[in-house]
Ligand binder design. Structure first.
Ligand code: NDP
Length: 328
């Protein structure tokens, strides 16, 4: 038996989340059994645990779209007992039991070896949100964005994706502008590496199709009017990496920035990203993101606290990242 957070749902009632003892025999089929050390709370975990959006495909479900831990058993030649591994995405915590438990059984194809210099706690303090931030940075760089071209805007700045994106871009030499609804967090955002703060209220209402050229690039985890205004404010040839929908899933934009300024909008998905890209992202995170920066951006909670903190996260009341110690 092991301890895990289990979501159950009766008919169409909201899901109930309970920390409970789970029989190892009830874990789903997979080639690798992992002793989970840490998981995290991401925006999608918030949706799953609260039931605010239909993220969970079947019940009962162990939520948790990511985890880091040690291999206990493996029938796949790529992994052996004792190997340190990371998992994020692939529908884990949505359609396959996830990381908010002391054990998980998954497909070997979904795992990434823990990069040298990384620990389980730091990997999950970065989590899917931080790994997605790195995928966004890689997308900007793949489109040739360099610090000399001008400032880069990061929206949803106090969120998981936003905070790590700020830290990564600043350490690559970019001038980072941070759009936030929490101007009172200026000190934290500047410590992460933001040079200037932008009040998100100036971006989240309907705007003109073309606006003053302000940023060479952007990382957006907010979507909706914010992303439309960001596209309209990118410099000639600018690039936006779009990965989120914290404001909304819509994109009420015009084609003007694309056809008149040659703007590029790069979509970023973390869930189905191919192995080579995810391994590269995790290796870069191990090298480029200092441990003290990650620590200062992280709150650690117990498994039993996850439901309450998940609700707070969806209300925009969590700053940075939430690390879940599944053994506490
Ligand atoms: P968080 O909740 O940690 O952060 C979201 C941030 O967005 C908030 O902290 C807040 O920042 C800002 N925000 C919230 N509501 C609004 C609003 N109505 N208007 C404008 N800004 C708002 O979430 P994550 O960082 O974990 O995830 C962010 C988004 O990225 C989510 O939509 C998530 O689903 C998506 N995502 C997508 C992935 C992919 O594979 N494409 C992977 C990971 C995440 P502030 O208080 O500073 O304004």
């Amino acid at each position: 038996m092991f301890t895990g957070l289990l979501l159950t749902r009766a008919d169409n009632a909201p899901p109930q989340a309970q920390v409970t003892a789970i029989d190892e025999a009830s874990l789903p089929v997979g080639d690798v059994l992992v002793q989970v050390a840490y998981s995290t709370l991401n925006y999608k975990d918030g949706l799953a645990i609260t039931g605010k959006a239909p993220v969970v495909r079947s019940y009962p479900m162990v939520p948790g779209i990511d985890f880091a831990g040690i291999v206990l058993e493996s029938s796949d030649s790529r992994y052996r007992k004792g190997d340190a591994v990371i998992l994020n995405g692939w529908g884990v915590g949505e359609s396959h039991w996830g990381g908010l438990a002391q054990k998980a059984r998954v497909k070997a194809d979904w795992l990434v070896p823990m990069p040298a210099g990384m620990t389980a706690a730091r990997a999950m303090s970065i989590g899917t949100a931080g790994y997605t931030a790195m995928l966004c940075v890689m997308a900007l760089q793949a489109h040739g964005v360099t610090p000399e071209q001008g400032p880069v805007l990061v929206t949803g700045a106090n969120g998981g994706v936003g905070s790590i994106a700020i830290a990564l871009l600043a350490r690559l030499g970019f001038e980072v502008h941070a759009a936030t609804g929490r101007m009172n967090e200026a000190e934290h955002l500047k410590a992460l590496g933001a040079k200037e703060l932008v009040d998100r209220a100036t971006l989240n209402a309907p705007g003109k199709p073309l606006q003053k050229e302000r940023w060479a690039a952007a990382v957006d985890s907010v979507g909706s009017h914010t992303l439309a205004n960001v596209c309209a404010s990118l410099k000639y040839g600018g690039v936006g990496a779009a990965c989120g929908l914290a404001q909304g899933m819509d994109l009420p934009a015009s084609v003007a920035p694309f056809i008149l300024r040659g703007v590029t909008l790069a979509g970023v998905d973390s869930v189905m990203a191919p192995y080579a890209r995810r391994a590269q992202a995790w290796e870069r995170l191990a090298r480029e993101l200092p441990a003290d920066v990650v620590e200062a951006n992280t709150e650690t909670i117990k498994l039993a606290d996850a439901p309450a903190v998940a609700a707070k996260l969806l209300q925009g009341q969590v700053r940075g990242r939430v690390l879940v110690d599944v053994n506490a």
